[in-house]
Write a protein that binds this ligand. Sequence first.
Ligand SMILES: Nc1ncnc2c1ncn2[C@@H]1O[C@H](COP(=O)(O)OP(=O)(O)O)[C@@H](O)[C@H]1O
Ligand SMILES: [Mg+2]
Length: 252
Amino acid sequence: MKKISIINFKGGVAKTMSAINIAHILATVHKKRVLIIDLDKQGNTTKLFNKHNVEEYSIADLITDRCSIDEVIVNTDYENLDLIPANMDLIEANFKVMLDVSTPQQFRLKKHLDEVEEYYDYCIIDNPPDVNASVINGLVASDDVLIPIKIDQFAFDGMKELIRQIENAKVSNPNLNLKGCFVTMYGKNDVNIQGEEVLNANNEYKMFNTHIRRTVKADESTFANAPILEYSKRCGAAKDYRALVEEYLSKE
Ligand SMILES: Nc1ncnc2c1ncn2[C@@H]1O[C@H](COP(=O)(O)OP(=O)(O)O)[C@@H](O)[C@H]1O
Ligand SMILES: [Mg+2]
């Protein structure tokens, strides 16, 4: 099972949109067995799949060892695509993990994921825009990191800190590989065209060739509770996410 963290310390850069659609395309187009993990207390990924239910186990219970991984995984409506949901319980769970020094704090998610290693081909982790115990657990459990970037004046804010956190995670997980950044919500305007040129010319951060076009279908798909490929197969973002997954697979 290949584990991929989708992360950026900025909000609103399409982390969740990317996690959902990369996971869904791997499962439906490429017929891979995929587990998507929601690590954001806001539970946007969980809600998109209509699995927000505070009565059920969530990632909070898993990282605090209150349930087994079998008990927390739920099926989605899509074949080959399962989910570990998140909700606001994650706030308290993160504190508990930080305070409990009786067991190593950063290996909790990895330990549980090891149990389903044989059951899935890919695990996609949707992160919140900050650093906390579960984010560190996610990085320590991951093989690859993908960074969605929305081009604006603040596009690189937090990047240095993110790279530093990735380096920190490598102490516990030397396999961790920053696979690259990709541009999201791309539009044909000066800011995006020039911004993309600057990003592609930079030597600091590896860039994917594929960018994801801005389309109103993206917002609409969240209201329809559907991955973009299900909602609008022919829209730019659907085609671009397919191309991004192809590019990722070609770089494996
Ligand atoms: N390709 C796109 N085109 C237009 N809007 C998009 C696109 N991707 C994401 N969005 C919208 O941008 C907002 C932020 O996306 P989201 O995935 O929730 O970001 P994050 O998880 O980084 O906070 C959402 O309203 C989403 O619908
Ligand atoms: Mg999100």
